[in-house]
Design a protein around this ligand. Structure first.
Ligand code: GLN
Length: 474
């Protein structure tokens, strides 16, 4: 069996009788177990549940592939997505032994479509990071070259697909955590429109920015998963009641007349020259296929990292207040008072980056500073959304690099949070505006590390966005 199978290839094996779900799940678990020591991509392997689910599908799999879009497909989800009674840690000591009583809507929808959850993926603690070096359970390695980071925060989910363990996985993206690791690992990663996918059962980081989305080796598989997980959910009031198209059938590959906007603000200072050359070549490819290239402007690009790290940390400081040793997860021992219980639980349970964010966010929200930081950031956020609205008057999709550099070495930026944050410049802006964006592979550096092209769409225009990505992929 080839290393990387798509959903369609697995379904063909089922239809021809050349494989059963139990066989596929067994080989998947073997690969995961064999590679985990080297890659550290998984926190929990769902061995028994997955085997039971697969066996139950064996008899009827030939008919199931006709009715269920993900029948018998092994999947991995990031460890901030709850699966009932399966350990869900968020990459944190504070949730080290947490067993959620319910399943996240996105995970439930995958299972309803026939998917089998084989493992929970390692991640930066509470999804805070860009390298998956901030997990309380150790650093994840890039399968292309294990001296390098896989990107983050959904590093484990990206590795699951890039290493050929599963065809698709789920991550969460608050400021780039699906697209940037997709770019670093040479695969496809999609952040849907804010409101497209229910976040019920996703442990919140920054609620006005968080979205769940797929990793895949092909645009088709990303489209399949998006169709499966999208839609309104009465458990998440921010999920929007917009019809869910069949995203797969939108992939015609025809982009004649598609207007592709290119913002010069995303091609300037700080952009690695090999990344720039690859992304520019990709834009030329789109033109060769009939797209029209137009210049658009995102004049507030220089403020986005500052704005994002104020808003995201402010929201995180509030969301993470619930981890107090009383209701969930870890509790310190022998505390003599309630305040000591809170203080010691949080001190022992959270890692350094999470503490830094909680302090920064609490400061930005505190009286006397609120107007100068949080409120000002919100104003710039509104201007940024306006930049996108204006750009989308002139074009249908926007093309930029996903990240300013290819993957960096493990340890290279871990002592310099600012350098780490600056690498998020092209991705955070998308979450601030709430629009969808996809990263697709568009080349490699001279060191052999993948480079990602980011295509950005207008609100709820995923069908057109995916088709543009598909046309490039062809
Ligand atoms: N790197 C960004 C951060 O650390 C984005 C993370 C994410 O999208 N979850 O906040």
């Amino acid at each position: 069996m080839s290393n990387k199978l798509t959903i369609e290839e697995i379904h063909n094996l089922y239809e021809s009788g050349d494989a059963t779900p139990s066989e596929i799940v067994r080989t998947t678990l073997e690969k995961i177990e064999a590679d985990n020591e080297r890659l550290n991509a998984y926190l929990t392997i769902n061995r028994e549940n997955a085997s039971i689910a697969a066996t139950a599908m064996d008899a009827d799999i030939r008919s199931a592939v006709k009715t269920k879009p993900l029948a018998g497909i092994p999947v991995v989800v990031k460890d901030n997505l709850c699966a009932a009674r399966v350990r869900t840690t968020c990459g944190s000591q504070i949730l080290g032994n947490y067993l959620p009583p319910y399943t996240a809507t996105a995970v439930k929808k995958l299972e309803d479509a026939g998917a089998i959850l084989v493992a929970k993926a390692n991640m930066d603690e509470f999804a805070m990071g860009s390298s998956t070096e901030n997990s309380a359970f150790g650093t994840v390695r890039n399968p292309i070259n294990t001296d390098y980071v896989p990107g983050g925060s959904s590093g484990g989910s990206a590795v699951a697909v890039a290493a050929g363990h599963v065809p698709v996985s789920l991550g969460s993206d608050t400021g780039g955590s699906i697209r940037q690791p997709a770019s670093f690992c040479g695969i496809v990663g999609l952040k849907p429109t804010y409101g497209r996918v229910s976040r019920f059962g996703l442990v919140a980081y920054a609620s006005s920015l968080d979205q769940i989305g797929p990793f895949a080796t092909s645009v088709k598989d990303a489209a399949r998963v998006l169709t499966a997980i999208s839609g309104h959910d009465r458990h998440d009031s921010t999920s929007v009641n917009e019809p869910v198209p069949d995203y797969l059938s939108a992939l015609t590959g025809d982009i004649k007349g598609l207007r592709v906007g290119v913002p010069p603000e995303c091609f300037g200072e700080g952009l690695d020259s090999e990344v720039k050359a690859s992304v520019e070549a990709a834009i030329t490819r789109l033109k060769d296929r009939g797209a029209e290239i137009v210049e658009v402007h995102l004049p507030h690009t220089k403020y986005v990292v500052a704005v994002y790290y104020l808003i995201a940390t402010a929201e995180a400081s509030s969301n993470l207040a619930r981890f107090d040793g009383v209701r969930y997860g870890y509790r310190t021992e022998d505390a003599r008072s309630l305040s000591e219980l809170y203080r010691r639980t949080r001190d022992e349970g959270f890692g350094a980056e999470v503490k830094r964010r909680i302090m920064l966010g609490t400061f930005a929200l505190s009286s006397g500073y609120y107007d100068a930081y949080y409120e000002k950031a919100q104003r710039v956020r509104a201007m940024l959304a306006n930049d996108f609205a204006e750009a989308f008057n002139k074009c249908d999709v926007i093309a930029t690099p996903t990240a300013p550099t290819p993957a960096f070495k493990v340890g290279e930026k871990s002592d310099d949070p600012l350098a780490m944050y600056l690498g998020d410049i092209y991705t955070v802006t998308i979450n601030l505006a709430g629009v969808p964006a996809i990263s697709i592979p568009c080349g490699a550096s001279s060191a052999g590390l993948p480079i990602g092209l980011q295509l950005i769409g207008n609100h709820f225009d995923e069908a057109r966005l995916l088709n543009a990505a598909f046309a490039y992929e062809q």
